[in-house]
Design a protein around this ligand. Structure first.
Ligand code: ZN
Length: 445
C-alpha cells in the first residue's frame, strides 16, 4: 500500500534542518543520535527511526533543553520576545510551553489558506468572538460577571468567563447571544460542546441570533450531536481546525470537508494501527514543528488518532501534505469491545448518532465488558431510550456487553476545561496497537 501524498521540496529541507539542529544542538534530542541511521539515509527513514516525544519529555527538558545551545531563553522572556503558556488539567495533561506569539500567528494564518472561506474572511485583523472554556483561553471569573470591555483583547471578544458550562444561567446565555449581535464577529471560534449547549438554548427559546461569516471548531472533537444542534441555529460555513498548544496549527478542514496538513509549519509522521484495530488507514500522528527558533518539538505525540483519506486526494484541489478524511479523536477517548478491539471516539459517535432526543452523552468503560452511558435527554420515554441506547452499544461492543444507561441533568467538563465524551477507566496504551511493520517503514508505506 502506498499513500499518494505530495510534499514540496522545502518540506524535506525543513524536515532535514530541524532534525540536524535538534540532534546536534538541542539537549532534549541529543540522545536520539543513537537512533539515527545517518546522513546517507533518506530523511523520512531517519525520522522514522526516532522515538516519540511526550509531555513528560517537555517537562523534563523545559525550557533550556528545548532550544539550540546558545539561545538565551531568560533574556527572550525578559524582553517579551517569547512568553509561557500553561495548559490546565491533571498532572498527566498539564504542561508549560514556550509561547512564541509571532510564530503562532504565522502558523494560524498559513492554516487559513487550507479553507477557502477562511482565506476570504480571515485577514489577520478581522473581528473574532471566542466561545471557549476560560481554562483554555480567555479570562476566568466564576463569581463576578465581567463586562464586555473586560473580555476584549485586541480583535477578540471572549464570550464566556465561566469554567463550568453545566452552571450557565439563562441570563449568561442571553448575554452571549446579545453580544454576538453587538460585536458582529467575522469569525466565531468555538469549543463545539459549548456552542452546542448555547444552540440548544437558542433553539428551545426560538431566539434570533447573529450569523457570523464562519464558525471554526477547535479545542475539542466536534460530535455529530454537536453538529446537529449547531446547524439548527447557524447556517454558515463551518470548519474544524486541529492543533495543540505544543504544535500550533496542524490540520485544517477544507470547504469540501477533508483535512489538509499545515505543511509549511509542521511535519506529520503517521503510524498506522494493526489491521485488526482499524489500520492501516487509522493511526496516531507525531508532529514536528517548523520555523520556531524558540521551541524545538520533534515527533510530539499529540495523543490523537486520525483517519488518512483512502483516495489521497480532495475535490478542493489542494495536494500538499497529508490528507485526512477524519480526526478519530483523543487516545484517552479510546475504548475496547468485549473482544478487545479498539473503538475510536468517531466510531462511537457514529453509532450513537442514530439516537434521537439526546442533548449530551458520555461513555465510560469501567472495566472489560462493562459500559456506563451517561445521557442528558428531555425525552419522556426514558425506558425505550434506554433500550435503544443499549442496543446500539451492544452492536458496537458485543452482545455480551453489560450496558448501564444513567440519566443526568447536565454534564460538566474535566479539570482541563474540556469534556470527556468517552473514556476507559483503565489504561489503553496506543503503542501496543501500532502496526510494527509499518512503523518501522513509517511514511514509506
Ligand atoms: Zn480539500
Amino acid at each position: 500500500m502506498y499513500f499518494n501524498w505530495e510534499f514540496s521540496p522545502s518540506y524535506h529541507s525543513r524536515s532535514l534542518d530541524v532534525l540536524e539542529t535538534a540532534l546536534n544542538q538541542v539537549t532534549a534530542y541529543r540522545s536520539w543520535q543513537t537512533y539515527d541511521p545517518g546522513r546517507a539515509y533518506p530523511i523520512n527513514m531517519r525520522y522514522n527511526a526516532m522515538p516519540a516525544f511526550t509531555k513528560l519529555d517537555i517537562r523534563n527538558n523545559f525550557p533550556d533543553g528545548l532550544v539550540p545551545v546558545g539561545r538565551d531563553v531568560r533574556h527572550a522572556l525578559e524582553s517579551r520576545e517569547i512568553g509561557l503558556a500553561s495548559t490546565s488539567g491533571s498532572s498527566d495533561t498539564s504542561v508549560t510551553n514556550v509561547w512564541n506569539q509571532e510564530w503562532w500567528d504565522a502558523s494560524e494564518q498559513a492554516s487559513w489558506k487550507l479553507n477557502s472561506h477562511a482565506t476570504k474572511l480571515a485577514t489577520g485583523n478581522h473581528s473574532e468572538a471566542i466561545l471557549a472554556n476560560p481554562l483554555n483561553v480567555g479570562f476566568i471569573s466564576d463569581d463576578i460577571d465581567l463586562s464586555m470591555e473586560k473580555r476584549r483583547l485586541a480583535r477578540f471578544l471572549y464570550l464566556n468567563e465561566k469554567t463550568d458550562p453545566a452552571k450557565w444561567s439563562s441570563e449568561h446565555m442571553d448575554r452571549m447571544i446579545s453580544e454576538l449581535g453587538i460585536f458582529k464577529p467575522v469569525v466565531l471560534e468555538v469549543n463545539p460542546s459549548l456552542l452546542a449547549k448555547l444552540c440548544r438554548y437558542i433553539a428551545n427559546h426560538k431566539i434570533k441570533v447573529f450569523q457570523p461569516g464562519m464558525i471554526v471548531y477547535t479545542y475539542e472533537y466536534p460530535t455529530q450531536l454537536h453538529y446537529r444542534q449547531i446547524r439548527q441555529v447557524f447556517n454558515v460555513p463551518m470548519a474544524s481546525s486541529y492543533g495543540s498548544t505544543e504544535t500550533g496549527y496542524v490540520f485544517m478542514q477544507c470547504e469540501k470537508g477533508k483535512f489538509h496538513q499545515n505543511s509549511k509549519f509542521c511535519r506529520v509522521d503517521f503510524q498506522p494501527l494493526k489491521p485488526e484495530h482499524g489500520g492501516p488507514f487509522v493511526g496516531r500522528i507525531l508532529v514536528t514543528t517548523f520555523n520556531n527558533p524558540w521551541y524545538y518539538i520533534l515527533r510530539f505525540d499529540v495523543r490523537d488518532l486520525v483517519r488518512v483519506d483512502e483516495e489521497g486526494s480532495c475535490p478542493c484541489g489542494r495536494n500538499s501534505g497529508i490528507i485526512l478524511s477524519a480526526i478519530e479523536g483523543r487516545a484517552i477517548s479510546l475504548t475496547l469491545t468485549c473482544k478487545c478491539k479498539l473503538v475510536t471516539l468517531r466510531e462511537l459517535d457514529e453509532a450513537l448518532s442514530v439516537l434521537d432526543g439526546i442533548d449530551e452523552y458520555q461513555l465510560e468503560q469501567a472495566s472489560k465488558k462493562v459500559y456506563d452511558l451517561h445521557l442528558v435527554s428531555r425525552r419522556l420515554d426514558k425506558n425505550s431510550l434506554t433500550k435503544e441506547a443499549s442496543k446500539v452499544l451492544k452492536k458496537l461492543y458485543g452482545e455480551e456487553a453489560k450496558v448501564s444507561v444513567i440519566y443526568e441533568d447536565a454534564l460538566s467538563p474535566e479539570d482541563s476545561g474540556k469534556y470527556s465524551i468517552a473514556k476507559a477507566l483503565f489504561p489503553i496504551d496506543v503503542e501496543n496497537y501500532l502496526d510494527e511493520t509499518y512503523v518501522a517503514k513509517g511514511n514509506q508505506l
